[in-house]
Design a protein around this ligand. Structure first.
Ligand SMILES: [Zn+2]
Length: 654
């Protein structure tokens, strides 16, 4: 059922205000650079090898003195079948058929601080498991401690062998390269020490902000997409040299292939580039339009996209999406035959673009608290679909088949077993399905529920404040919850979200029983008739005196079947058209409503406006006195129509 929307005029003013304020605010906000890179990467297409060299400038932004540095060497996850990443792949058997040249790795040839060779003390460490064979985290000792505020400038030379595409990284055939997680990347020094996890099957990334200045040397015929803005480009002999620069980012990825077709557009001051695979040209416009739509909506909600460029890459091989700063991938399903009403291109572009905000700018630790980007971002995706295409059939609307993005998220919650809490390290979930249902769908549906309960305007103002406070920083779950408490103080909402995050459970309220019977004459002895007559839950209708009214006693039993708790509302519908509304805090396992009313009870409905999409079982949300299922929703629909249109009905607290 329709959500309450603010009047259109008010919305326009609000949005205009946001956009204007956002411009000024965004201009002033940048990241404190902690880890910056000046690199040169020479791609040897035939050998599938990247020769890298350059400098890493790292600053100790904590109050703690350190005697070691830790680096992610992500590409070593693809080194052999014994890395933690490969061991965690339940279908790793497939990779046993990989040929030796199809694996990937990274070798550090030089790592120096001034004249000191840091590789002398280098060792692989395994902070997450005891897998001695995993080589994705390297620790080096420093010749002297680095105190708070001090900087280290390192010289680095490395070789990165690309794997045949795996986890969205590597090569396919002779002429497609997607190069991500390809350089030695400093971990994040936190007040408690280094946070530098191994690469896992389900984990994504965590890094500090900085400036990336990267010179790429690629085959002369390659079309390139990369993080940041292209500063200069020239061809010499058989290669092309391109220099990219990106500020306020925490990663750098690039892609090169002679087969890309390039399409461009712009939104505000940002240039949009779409790189399409041959044969997918027909979808280019959809990619561009989806990117512009996402930029517009996110700009309205949280403030404008602050980077000068966005590159959208239609990758080869597996379709789907992935996010890197200012560069996202959005592969095409079904090539040119994708019907307009199947909005998978839009879904991927919306989602991956959203990550520029949730991960790109608000940079939580994806290893440990993936919900802070995946969950919030999936909520934004649901919201974007509803705003753009309406609440019904916004994801799929083909040949009478309709599905909304919210329904899809709910279906995942209903159908896929996910016996973990949301708050769990990415590699500690029972499997990838549980990781993704918990990190994405569960949070998306829970936050949509909170938006509807708290009110769209308030909820969005809270989320915008959270974005502004944590942009270019690293928030944790408690930061989200404490701001929520400040901005939306109802304890039930925070309590609900905490349950969603910490308890592997679900939410389900229902109407267990309804009954109604005509009140007879009092029977028995010592009965006080006068007292019985004042026990009325509703005033008799006009024109009828209390004396000739027939009274009915009705009873409704509401139940909480799930672990999660939320305040809920119940609507009672009577034979004469009357409705009564009751609120229940939802805390106990059941709640009884008893009513004396001059008409028979026909039905009872819990959550009549559908404000709680988190309630996964809708079948028990209504019950009629006569066993008649279909009619009740008609009654409710009529009631909601009248409610929204003309009447405001009295509400009753139980
Ligand atoms: Zn995502």
């Amino acid at each position: 059922m329709g959500r309450k929307r603010m009047p259109r005029v008010a919305a326009v003013f609000l949005v205009a205000g946001w956009v204007v304020c956002g411009r000024f605010a965004a201009a002033a906000v940048t990241a404190e650079p902690v880890a910056s890179y000046v690199l040169e990467a020479r791609l040897h297409a035939k050998e599938k090898l990247v020769h890298g060299r350059g400098q890493i400038l790292w600053r100790n932004a904590t109050d703690r003195t350190v005697e070691t540095l830790q680096f992610h060497l992500y590409m070593n996850a693809f080194r052999n079948s014994e890395s933690s990443f490969m061991r965690e792949l339940s279908w790793r058997g497939r990779y046993r058929r990989r040929k030796p040249h199809e694996w990937g790795w990274i070798e550090l040839d030089t790592l120096r601080w001034g004249s000191y060779d840091l590789l002398v003390t280098a060792r692989f460490i395994h902070p997450d498991d005891d897998n001695e064979l995993d080589r994705t985290v390297l620790e080096v000792g420093l010749p002297r401690p680095v105190g708070p505020g001090d900087s280290v400038r390192l010289n680095v030379v490395f070789r990165t062998k690309l794997p045949r595409i795996l986890a969205r990284t590597g090569y396919e055939g002779e002429d497609f390269f997607f190069v991500a997680q390809w350089f030695p990347k400093v971990g994040v020094l936190e007040p408690g020490g280094w946070n530098c996890h191994q690469f896992h099957r389900n984990s994504e990334f965590y890094a500090d902000f900085g400036t990336y200045d990267v010179r790429l040397i690629v085959p002369r015929d390659a079309v390139v997409g990369a993080t940041g803005l292209l500063m200069e480009e020239h061809a010499q002999d058989s290669v092309r040299v391109l220099r990219y620069r990106a500020e306020n980012v925490h990663d750098f990825a690039f892609t090169a292939s002679p087969l890309y077709r390039v399409y461009t557009d712009s939104f505000g001051s940002a240039e949009i580039r779409v790189l399409m695979q041959k044969g997918h040209e027909a979808q280019a416009r959809r990619h561009l339009e989806a990117a512009k739509t996402a930029m517009r909506r996110f700009g309205e909600w949280f403030g404008p996209y602050p980077y000068p460029v966005l590159t959208v890459v239609d990758t080869k091989g597996r379709a789907g999406g992935m996010e890197y700063p200012t560069l996202i991938t959005a592969g095409v399903l079904f090539g040119p035959w994708l019907p307009r009403g199947l909005r998978t291109v839009e879904a991927v572009v919306f989602h991956e673009f959203g990550h520029q905000y949730w991960y790109g700018m608000v940079a939580n630790n994806e290893f440990e608290e993936a919900w802070l980007d995946e969950g919030i971002n999936s909520y934004c995706e649901v919201r974007l679909f509803e705003e753009e295409y309406g609440p019904r059939g916004n994801l799929l609307d083909v040949l009478g088949q309709r599905l909304s993005d919210l329904e899809l998220q709910r279906m995942q919650l209903q159908l896929i077993p996910a016996p973990d809490p949301v708050l769990r390290k990415a590699w500690e979930f029972v499997d990838s399905q549980s990781y993704s249902v918990n990190s994405y769908a569960k949070v998306a549906v829970a936050l949509t529920t909170l938006e509807r309960l708290a009110g769209e305007e308030r909820w969005l103002a809270f989320l915008r404040k959270y974005f502004e406070r944590w942009r270019f920083r690293h928030p944790h779950t408690e930061d989200f919850l404490s701001l929520l408490r400040e901005e939306i103080p109802e304890p039930a909402y925070k309590g609900f979200l905490r349950q969603v995050l910490e308890v592997p459970g679900h939410l389900d309220y229902g109407v267990e029983r309804v009954s109604t019977h005509r009140e007879g004459k009092p029977l028995g002895v010592d009965f006080d008739v006068a007292a019985a007559e004042t026990d009325s839950a509703a005033t008799p209708r006009e024109g009828r005196s209390s004396a000739d009214t027939t009274w009915y006693r009705s009873e409704v039993l509401l139940r909480r079947y799930g672990e999660f708790q939320l305040p809920v509302e119940a609507l009672l519908l009577f034979a004469n058209g009357d409705t009564l509304r009751f609120s229940w805090d939802g805390a106990e396992r059941w709640h009884r409503i008893q009513v004396r009313h001059p008409a028979r009870l026909k039905a009872a409905v819990i959550d009549p406006e559908g404000k709680i999409p988190m309630d996964l079982n809708e079948n028990n949300n209504s019950r009629t006195v006569e066993p008649r299922r279909r009619g009740v929703w008609k009654l409710v629909a009529r009631w909601v129509y009248w409610l929204q249109g003309m009447f405001s009905l009295a509400s009753f607290l139980s």
